[in-house]
Design a protein around this ligand. Structure first.
Ligand code: CNA
Length: 317
């Protein structure tokens, strides 16, 4: 990591502008849209980063599926997390998520600097209207942000329910079943079974117990739509962090905020150009903090005089 040379000067100039954006009176309502990129530094891979993302490292041949389904997943990895595919065969999804589920139970991962930065938008500025996160890792719950300010757009990993009838299962019980029923495609767990068997719902008996995450091609929590209607018309600044903006309708926030609201993209690549984000230097409403989100958040925190608070938060971990 680390910023160097001309690139660093360029980014710092932009960041100086961001500091103004955050502190100005005209900016009263900040909405954050976050994605897997803000949790990568905690040790959880994202989906779409080249080489390290889950889609590049996925080996469909290890999943319990027909050869045809393996080939289809090879072409389009989202199918492994697709509702239709899950109802037909729940095993690929559970196999793919096994270590994520167990890691969540063990609280294996810690909130990152980016999470702490969003926390300070609330605690220091009092301007955080809502934090929409596509992440299912629950790391945002390690911050002191009130629960109602957070929208888990794609659900969360830390609870389990039946995809068919909605019956809930104690998460600890679900995790023990994951441990004994589902094979470990990462090869890290020597105790794992060599073959997978599905986990039956105690109410409807379908083999469809899963973490309460939103699968592809299924509907989002109602809360998402309700909060968007409340929040977006008032939004002065949308901060987009660590997301490829490829998943709809989460990415619709980008064009649903008023034309007058500013958009700050904290991401290591230029995302959302097709949704209208303008990466030209003379853009009137969009600014890009390139590079690592943690580094951008650290730089911004320094400019805002928040480094001591960050250090205190780190001590409390
Ligand atoms: P994505 O499509 O994988 O995009 C991640 C984006 O972040 C990409 O543009 C990356 O280039 C960028 N990025 C990665 N690391 C960094 C970094 N350190 N600094 C700056 N930018 C970085 O993920 P999205 O969230 O956009 O996709 C939505 C899916 C991913 C959601 O449904 C999530 O549930 C799902 N997901 C969540 C997690 C998690 O909860 N931590 C992990 C993996 C996938």
């Amino acid at each position: 990591g680390g910023l160097q040379g001309e690139q660093a000067d360029f980014i710092r100039a932009y960041l100086a502008r961001h500091t103004d954006l955050l502190e100005e009176d005209m900016c009263q309502s900040i909405v954050v849209l976050a994605g897997a990129g803000i949790s990568v530094s905690s040790g959880i891979p994202d989906f779409r980063s080249a080489n390290t993302g889950l889609y590049d490292t996925l080996r469909p041949e290890l999943l319990t599926a027909s050869e045809l389904d393996q080939a289809l997943i090879g072409d389009d990895p989202t199918l492994a997390l697709d509702k239709g595919m899950f109802l037909e065969n729940p095993l690929p999804c559970l196999e793919l998520k096994r270590s994520f589920i167990l890691g969540t139970q063990e609280r294996r991962w810690r909130a990152t600097l980016a999470h702490r930065f969003v926390e300070m938008l609330h605690t220091k500025l009092g301007k955080l209207t809502r934090w929409y996160t596509q992440n299912i890792d629950g790391l945002e719950l390690q911050t002191s942000i009130p629960r109602e300010k957070i929208v888990n757009v794609h659900g969360s990993m830390g609870a389990a329910a039946c995809e068919v009838c909605g019956a809930e299962m104690d998460f600890g019980e679900f995790c023990s079943k994951i441990r004994t029923n589902i094979k470990d495609i990462s090869g890290d767990d020597a105790e794992a079974p060599s073959q997978s068997t599905p986990i039956d719902c105690p109410r409807c008996n379908n083999p469809t117990m899963k973490p309460t995450i939103v699968l592809f091609r299924s509907s989002l929590p109602k809360e998402f739509h309700v909060r968007c209607q409340q929040d977006l018309p008032e939004c002065d600044l949308l901060i987009i962090m660590g997301t490829s903006l490829t998943v709809a309708p989460a990415n619709s926030l980008v064009y649903r905020v008023p034309m007058t609201s500013l958009r700050l993209v904290m991401n290591n690549e230029m995302v959302g150009r097709r949704l209208g984000i303008d990466y030209e230097d003379d853009s009137v409403r969009d600014v890009w903090a390139s590079g690592y989100t943690d580094q951008s958040c650290l730089d911004l925190s320094e400019r805002l005089g928040w480094l001591d608070d960050l250090a205190t938060m780190a001590d409390e971990l």
